[in-house]
Structure formats: structure tokens, C-alpha cells
Design a protein around this ligand. Structure first.
Ligand SMILES: Nc1ncnc2c1ncn2[C@@H]1O[C@H](COP(=O)(O)OP(=O)(O)OP(=O)(O)O)[C@@H](O)[C@H]1O
Ligand SMILES: [Mg+2]
Length: 415
């Protein structure tokens, strides 16, 4: 259950386990379930996670406790369950198909649930957990490309799906940290899928788009083709590598390298004028010196180019670049580096935009940053599941509305 009643307020909460930060968001579900208003934000530095995977249970549990408390204090409500974002290079995804005979010649929700179940039952080794079964299309008899088959007539229903799985042991560690901090888990959600809910438009997904979430330790990729998820990938480079380069290149402590990167960094040195200079703190008590800003950007640029080239390679290897009609959307904390969109357009040769959570309501300003794409997306995922549960109830009462909502829920919010 993702809600609890508090002064008739319905609550949903998300927990993003990142390499840089642990974030807990608390949302209040709007009337008619039309959206979520963020009412609590808690962030704690993350030291126990590497590239999306837990490497230190104690440190991660403690950070979750801190972030949770902060979010609860801000929201004035307590939470006891969350949607948990998971990630890492153990994540795999593949296409699969399922087929069933339609019992009453007209497709109903049970048929859809059954066909998805058959698509899921193939090819998944025991040591892997299925996270999402995301439909790409339904086929009724010979008719292909059906997005919502309910109510259609036929004798045979096929589902073409994209299945996302994770290693049970890796997932178990994330679950353990969450539970040790006293939080129950409503469900596991792939972090990039959550981000996609927060920053992509339906049009972008229909035309084809690559979501590129650039975090502290790694880049997560999720592509959409004709409205449905079609590919997941990961590149083991993130914003922390940029900071490290700045620290080494400018001989300055990590903390000041981070500040300088955020304030003055740019991925394209030609966008910065020659005559600007910045003050750089020395290491080990050495006095600060003045450095040309252009030099800082020349340190950052090769790493930015390399990161984007790795992303491009990952997409090219699958022949995906040509299918991205609406280009690339970058998000995640490290996507905020100045000049990254421009350099991205140059490297990919297709349109690139920066994606940040929109329609956040409530504490808009606190979470309208690309760094909160995943955590806000977790709230939206939770909302989708709530809607699904409710329309299921209405259907049981014989009300024939909200069907496609229920379908969306069954499909893990993919449509
Ligand atoms: N204004 C900025 N300009 C450039 N980089 C930034 C800016 N703000 C934050 N970053 C970088 O964003 C990164 C953190 O991003 P984010 O919060 O999305 O990571 P995370 O979700 O914790 O990590 P991951 O997704 O890799 O597990 C850090 O490397 C930080 O340096
Ligand atoms: Mg992240």
C-alpha cells in the first residue's frame, strides 16, 4: 500500500539510492489522482553506493534514515513505505512475446493480464528478478500495432513486451538497506524508468527518444520506440569523474573542484571567453591562485566528449540512433553542466534537450532540478499504481471507465 490517511491526505513516497545522494521525496496525491504535489524532500550524501549498487549496507541505511527524517519533518507526515529506485550494471533487458487464446472472443483485462504473464514466464533465469514487463504492442489475430486491446474482438491475443530484470543478490542489498532503515517497499522501479516518467512527454516517446540520466557515478540509458520502452543500457562514467578531473587538472581539493565545476564549468571551451579568470584554492594549505576559466573548461571538455561518445556508441551498437525521432533528453544532476546540451548535439548529430521534472506542484523549486528526475518519477510511478488499483476496484463494481488507466498500471506505467 502506498497511501496512508493523514488528515484525509493521500501520501506517496519515493526513495532514490544514488551514487552521490540518497533522496526521499514525499508527495501528496491530488484530488482525482491528477498529479502529485511534493510536500517533503530529504537528501543525504551517499557513500555506500557505487554506480547504482550498494557496496556498504551500514552507510546506506544510515543515509536513508537521515533523508527520510528530513523529508518527514518537512512534510509534517510520517511515511512507512516507499517506491524504491534500483539501478546498476546487473540490470538487463530483452524483448519477449506471449500468446493466448481469447476466451469470450472479446479481450478483457484478465486476458491482458494472462498474455503478459505468458510473455514473462519465458527466458528468465532463477537468479534474476523481473522488475518490469513493459508492453511494446499487442497483436489480435493478424492485426498488429494495437496499443490497448481491451474490448477488441478476436480469437488470439499476442503481446510483444520488453522485460527488465535485475540480479536478485544486488537487488536484495538495496532492499535490505531500505528495510533496515524501517521502510517497507511497495515495489522496485528501475531508476531510469522513473526518470522517464518525470521528464519525457508522450510525443517524445511516440517519436522515439533516448533518456540519458547522467548521475554522479554512472549514466543510465532508456530508449523508447513507438511509445514503448525498447532498450536499457549503462555507461560507467558520471559527474564525479568530471570533478576528479578538475581536482587533478587544477590541483585543488575535491570539494572546491566540485564547486568550481558547478559554478564555472562548461563542456565546450569555445563557449567561454579567453579573458575570464577564476580563483582556485590550493591543496594542503597552498595559497589560492588565479586560473583562466577557459583552462578549466579545456580540462572538462575531453571527459564530456568521451562520455557522450560512449553513450553514442551504446546506442549505435543497437542501431538505435536513427530511430530517435525526437532525439536525446539528458537529465540527472550531472546533465546540468553548461554546454553539455550543445556538445551533445554536436556529438550525436540529433536534437538534445535538458529534462527536469515538470508539473511537480507543492515544493516546486526544491525538486525542479534534473537531479530529482528519478525521485520525482518514483512518486509518479506510485501514483500510476494507485490509479490502477482504484480503477480495478471501480471495474469490479461494474463501472466500465478507467480501463486504460488500469491497463497502464498493469503495464508498469509504460504507456
Ligand atoms: N550544476 C551542476 N553542474 C554540473 N554538475 C553538477 C551540477 N549539479 C550537480 N552536478 C553533478 O551531478 C552529480 C550527481 O547527480 P545525481 O544527483 O543525479 O546523482 P545520483 O543519482 O546520486 O548518482 P547515480 O545516478 O550515478 O547513482 C554529481 O557528480 C555532481 O557533481
Ligand atoms: Mg541517479
Amino acid at each position: 500500500m502506498s497511501t496512508q490517511h493523514h488528515r484525509r491526505q493521500r501520501i506517496v513516497a519515493g526513495l532514490d539510492l544514488g551514487t552521490s545522494k540518497i533522496a526521499v521525496l514525499i508527495g501528496s496525491i491530488r484530488e482525482n489522482e491528477e498529479g502529485v504535489d511534493v510536500i517533503g524532500v530529504g537528501v543525504a550524501p551517499s557513500t555506500g553506493i557505487r554506480q547504482g549498487v550498494v557496496v556498504n549496507i551500514e552507510a546506506t541505511t544510515e543515509a536513508i534514515r537521515k533523508a527520510r527524517l528530513e523529508a518527514e519533518l518537512m512534510a509534517g507526515v510520517e511515511i512507512d513505505n516507499v517506491w524504491l529506485g534500483v539501478s546498476g550494471n546487473h540490470i538487463q533487458s530483452f524483448d519477449s512475446k506471449g500468446m493466448i487464446a481469447i476466451k469470450n472472443k472479446e479481450v478483457n483485462q484478465d486476458d491482458v493480464a494472462r498474455v503478459l504473464e505468458t510473455a514473462k514466464s519465458v527466458n528468465v533465469p532463477n537468479e534474476r528478478e523481473v522488475l518490469h514487463v513493459l508492453p511494446r504492442e499487442f497483436i489480435i489475430d493478424e492485426q498488429q500495432g494495437v496499443a490497448d486491446p481491451i474490448g477488441m474482438t478476436g480469437v488470439r491475443l499476442e503481446a510483444s513486451v520488453h522485460i527488465i530484470t535485475g540480479s536478485q543478490t544486488a537487488l536484495q542489498n538495496s532492499i535490505k538497506c531500505c528495510e533496515k532503515s524501517g521502510l517497507k517497499i511497495n515495489g522496485l522501479v528501475l531508476q531510469s524508468l522513473a526518470s522517464s516518467l518525470a521528464v519525457l512527454s508522450p510525443d517524445e516517446k511516440n517519436l522515439g527518444v533516448a533518456l540519458v540520466d547522467i548521475g554522479g557515478g554512472h549514466v543510465e540509458l532508456l530508449c523508447f520506440d513507438q511509445g514503448a520502452a525498447s532498450f536499457t543500457g549503462m555507461v560507467p562514467v558520471g559527474g564525479n569523474h568530471f570533478t576528479h578531473d578538475v581536482a587533478v587538472g587544477l590541483r585543488t581539493p575535491q570539494v572546491s573542484a566540485e564547486k568550481i565545476k558547478q559554478q564555472y564549468g562548461c563542456a565546450m571551451s569555445e563557449m567561454v571567453s579567453d579573458d575570464e579568470s577564476i580563483e582556485v584554492e590550493g591543496v594542503g594549505g597552498r595559497k589560492s591562485r588565479s586560473v583562466r576559466r577557459k583552462y578549466l573548461c579545456e580540462v572538462i571538455e575531453p571527459r564530456a566528449e568521451e562520455t557522450l561518445a560512449l553513450i553514442k556508441n551504446a546506442l549505435e551498437k543497437e542501431g538505435l540512433i536513427d530511430r530517435l525521432g525526437s532525439g536525446v533528453v539528458i537529465t540527472g544532476g550531472a546533465s546540468q553542466l553548461d554546454g553539455l546540451v550543445e556538445l551533445g548535439e554536436f556529438v550525436f548529430d540529433i536534437p538534445v534537450r535538458l529534462g527536469a521534472p515538470a508539473n511537480t506542484g507543492g515544493l516546486k523549486d526544491a525538486v525542479r532540478s534534473p537531479a530529482f528526475a528519478t525521485s520525482f518519477g518514483l512518486l509518479l510511478y506510485g501514483l500510476e499504481q494507485e490509479r490502477a488499483r482504484h480503477s480495478e476496484k471501480s471495474d469490479e463494481m461494474g463501472i466500465f471507465k478507467g480501463i486504460s488507466r488500469r491497463l497502464k498500471g498493469l503495464l508498469g506505467g509504460a504507456l
